[in-house]
Design a protein around this ligand. Structure first.
Ligand code: 4AD
Ligand code: MG
Length: 454
């Protein structure tokens, strides 16, 4: 007896012979002459219809139970499905107490409600679709880089540096034990942290492989309850050597967004449609616009001018030298016609030490870029890196970091190249593609202040 997934069963061309399908019951309808079951095993959004004999019904055959059905695939007369499974035997493998199970058959539960059950919400359509999209998007991003000649690097999770210098580090501690006299209190002999970005390690590798990328978890102890921040999120980061132009970095960001999104749309149309139809009907059109149009580029200085002339008032009044707030980012995107906008050349004092000083405005602006997208604001951040030893050295010295970053300075004296890169928040990317309001609904197990369930 061939064991098939629900998706394989639905796509089966050869209908002869007995098959076995396992999954979880999504609905049970019992009529006088026939029993209908819908089962789902996560392989697709669509359920497999099982047609059985009413005598096969039993007390344990309820919504949410795990079952194994053996029978024959037959052509379905139903327009919406190719085949159905004519059951010869239905076995309940794991019953599900419907009085206690938090989800009800056929009901669309509010996302805030499902969020309370991180261990069970993958049984809802919305999370199930999300996780298939997430998986396809991950593969699409890896393919994009592979197809374009990048080497994938595993950058460390535990590190002794603070790439962004924003003081949002989670420190790694081993125990509360008081160290013995003479014993170093730190497991690694130095304070160690969960990484906020793999960038500095990627820069090391770009100095040997030219084009590299990483795609892993990053951590920020940001005490923010916003709908676009998590304490643990995935970041896609790329680093490219032998480039002197921010435009090259911008091009990769735009290409990555468009290529990955096109693949996701073509690989999981049903799953994406679930979001575009029921969750955020405006997103489909927006996304089509994004894929069709060239993204816009404006300078930070222009952005501040646009904000100052805005007919609306902001909570934070925009001033040259101040960081752009989410409200500003969203306004800029709207002003540009709801297409993604690259904002370039940010103030020197706003940005981390590694960003390259602009030659025409020394110590006033750096070659930085943020990509802002509709509905979200910042999706990516990147820059050219300061590759000139004297500039980097004096900046690190002023910050009192020259000693700690000696290895980073070394990179500038042993075959330094002009280089740059960027990081894209993967959850924000998914929010953007699917039109999801809250970042907690695009990651299986969200971590945020005061919450680390499971
Ligand atoms: O702008 P960020 O802080 O840039 C960096 O970390 C660079 N070192 C990346 C690089 O150049 N290699 O973060 C990059 C992106 C942001 O644009 C945002 O999309 C996402 O990461 N991000 C977050 N996503 C969810 N929750 C948070 N707390 C995030 N912080 C940043
Ligand atoms: Mg940023």
């Amino acid at each position: 007896v061939a064991r098939l997934s629900v998706q394989e069963a639905q796509e089966a061309q050869e209908l002869a012979g007995d098959v076995k399908v396992q999954g979880w019951v999504r609905s049970v309808r019992s009529h006088k002459e026939v029993l209908f079951l819908h089962i789902n095993d996560g392989s697709s959004l669509a359920n497999l219809q099982v047609v059985g004999d009413p005598t096969m019904e039993n007390r344990d055959l309820t919504f949410g139970s795990a079952v194994e059905v053996q029978g024959k695939l037959i052509r379905s007369l139903h327009k919406k499905q190719n085949v159905e499974l004519k059951a010869e035997n239905i076995r309940v493998i794991g019953p599900c107490d419907n009085l206690k199970f938090p989800f009800k058959t056929r009901e669309r539960h509010p996302l805030e409600y499902t969020r309370q059950f991180p261990h069970l919400r993958c049984r809802t359509n919305i999370l199930s679709s999300l996780l298939r999209v997430r998986s396809e998007a991950t593969a699409a991003i890896h393919s994009f880089f592979k197809d374009n000649g990048y080497v994938h690097i595993h950058t460390p999770i535990i590190t002794s540096n603070d790439c962004e210098g924003a003081g949002e580090l989670f420190q790694v501690r081993t125990s509360d034990k008081v160290p013995e006299p003479g014993e170093n209190p730190h497991f690694f002999n130095v304070p160690a942290f969960l990484t906020v970005s793999g960038q500095l390690h990627l820069e090391v590798m770009a100095g040997a492989f030219t084009q590299v990328f990483t795609f892993g978890p990053t951590f920020r102890a940001e005490n923010s309850q916003s709908r676009r921040h998590l304490a643990e999120f995935y970041m896609v980061e790329a680093e490219i050597s032998f480039t002197e132009s921010l435009q090259d970095i911008i091009q990769v960001m735009e290409d990555l967004f468009k290529a990955a999104t096109s693949v996701v749309l073509s690989k999981c149309p049903q799953d994406v449609e679930l979001f575009h139809k029921y969750v955020s009907p405006a997103q489909k059109g927006r996304l089509e616009q994004m894929l069709k149009n060239k993204f816009i580029i404006i300078s930070y200085t222009e952005a501040v001018e646009i904000l100052k002339q805005a007919p609306q008032t902001f909570v934070f009044q925009p001033e040259w030298g101040c960081d752009l707030q989410t409200e500003h980012e969203k306004y800029l995107v709207k002003h540009c016609g709801e297409v993604p906008v690259f904002v370039i050349n940010y103030p020197y004092d706003l940005k981390p030490f590694y960003m390259r000083d602009n030659e025409d405005e020394p110590q006033r602006t750096v070659a930085a870029v943020d990509l802002l997208v509709p509905g979200i604001g910042e999706l990516c951040g990147g820059s050219l890196r300061e590759e000139r030893l004297p500039f980097l050295q004096s900046r690190l010295e002023r910050l009192g970091l020259a000693h700690a970053y000696q290895w980073y300075l070394d990179l500038r004296q042993f075959g330094s190249t002009p280089h740059g890169g960027f990081g894209m928040g993967f959850e924000r990317y998914l929010q953007c593609v699917l039109g999801m309001e809250n970042i907690k609904d695009v990651i299986p197990f969200p971590r945020f202040p005061h919450s680390c369930l499971l």
